[in-house]
Design a protein around this ligand. Structure first.
Ligand SMILES: [Zn+2]
Length: 295
């Protein structure tokens, strides 16, 4: 069984992106025995209307750790100021060192089409790091990887220049309340900043029980449309009968800059998905390493 274990590195821009976008699948990974680590490239210090700054960064770091602890995952928050992330070489090299030290089998991160510049920069930094992970002359102080990991992107609804394509869908219905408990740890965000920013501060209830129920309803409403949007892929993965009943999912797109997600990688990385031959056949997205014109 131990050879089945994998290391999953979920890289978000802010100290809640990873659990918002992949918390249910992260729960399933952790339950399967995979080592799950969340990393936030920024410190989240801009995520508050009343008291932004270094103290907020510390608060968010503690919230993130508590969220990760719910599923036994590490949640590391780097020191870069929230709202100011760019793709400078220094950050790329830091990320190359971080990924090489972690030696993940799978990286999950943002796409590069996104409303938030920190999300875009995070997606770009991972793209920029990906090939160079295997180049010994780059950051020679940390041993290079012999192969790039599989890289997946979180789902999003941005359409230009290209839409998100759901290569992998995961039924997270049975783990939904675990995600809510993770998000509940980010009190500065889900009960303070985001309601303020979106103009519904007055709706936030007091007390853990009422807040959990309120957050659960809101988050369910937010992610429910995904299942109907990607029903075709759900049915290809879970079969007609089971797929029709799936209501809550997380979805991921395979990055062409990582290793291909072939049938072997899919089985190893997603042991909780049905081992359906038809689904597997439609599952492979080619990586650039398979393209004859790549140089
Ligand atoms: Zn974010």
């Amino acid at each position: 069984m131990s050879e089945q274990l994998a290391r999953v590195l979920i890289i978000g821009a802010h100290p809640d992106d990873g659990d918002i976008k992949a918390g249910g699948t992260a729960t399933l990974w952790a339950e399967a025995g995979h080592v799950v680590r969340f990393v936030s490239l920024t410190d989240g210090r801009a995520g508050h209307h009343l008291n932004p700054g270094p103290a907020m960064a510390e608060r968010r770091r503690a919230e993130a750790r508590a969220a990760g602890a719910i599923i036994g995952a590490a949640y590391d928050v780097l020191d870069h100021p929230d709202g100011e992330l760019d793709t400078r070489l220094e950050y790329r090299h830091e990320l190359i060192r971080l990924i090489r030290s972690d030696r993940p089998d799978l990286i999950v991160t943002h796409r590069t089409n996104d409303y938030h510049p920190d999300h875009r920069s995070t997606g770009l930094l991972v793209q920029d790091a990906s090939y160079l992970l295997t180049v010994p002359a780059v950051c020679p102080d940390v041993p290079h990887l012999t192969a790039c990991p599989v890289i997946l992107s979180f789902s999003d609804s941005f359409t230009r220049p290209c839409r998100f394509e759901p290569d992998v869908v995961v039924n997270i219905g049975d783990r939904f309340e675990t995600i809510v408990r993770m998000l509940h740890q980010h009190a500065s965000q889900f009960y303070e900043w985001l309601p303020y920013n979106a103009g519904f501060s007055g709706d936030v209830p007091e007390g853990d029980e009422a807040r959990l129920a309120w957050l659960s309803a809101r988050f369910r409403e937010r992610i429910a449309p995904l299942a109907d949007r990607y029903r075709e892929r759900i049915v290809a993965t879970y079969g007609e009968a089971r797929g029709a009943g799936v209501r809550l999912i997380e979805a991921f797109e395979v990055s062409e800059y990582g290793a291909p997600l072939d049938a072997e990688a899919r089985t190893r990385l997603f042991p909780f998905l049905p081992a359906d031959a038809k689904a597997e056949a439609s599952f492979v997205r080619k990586s650039w390493v398979d393209q004859p014109e790549a140089d």
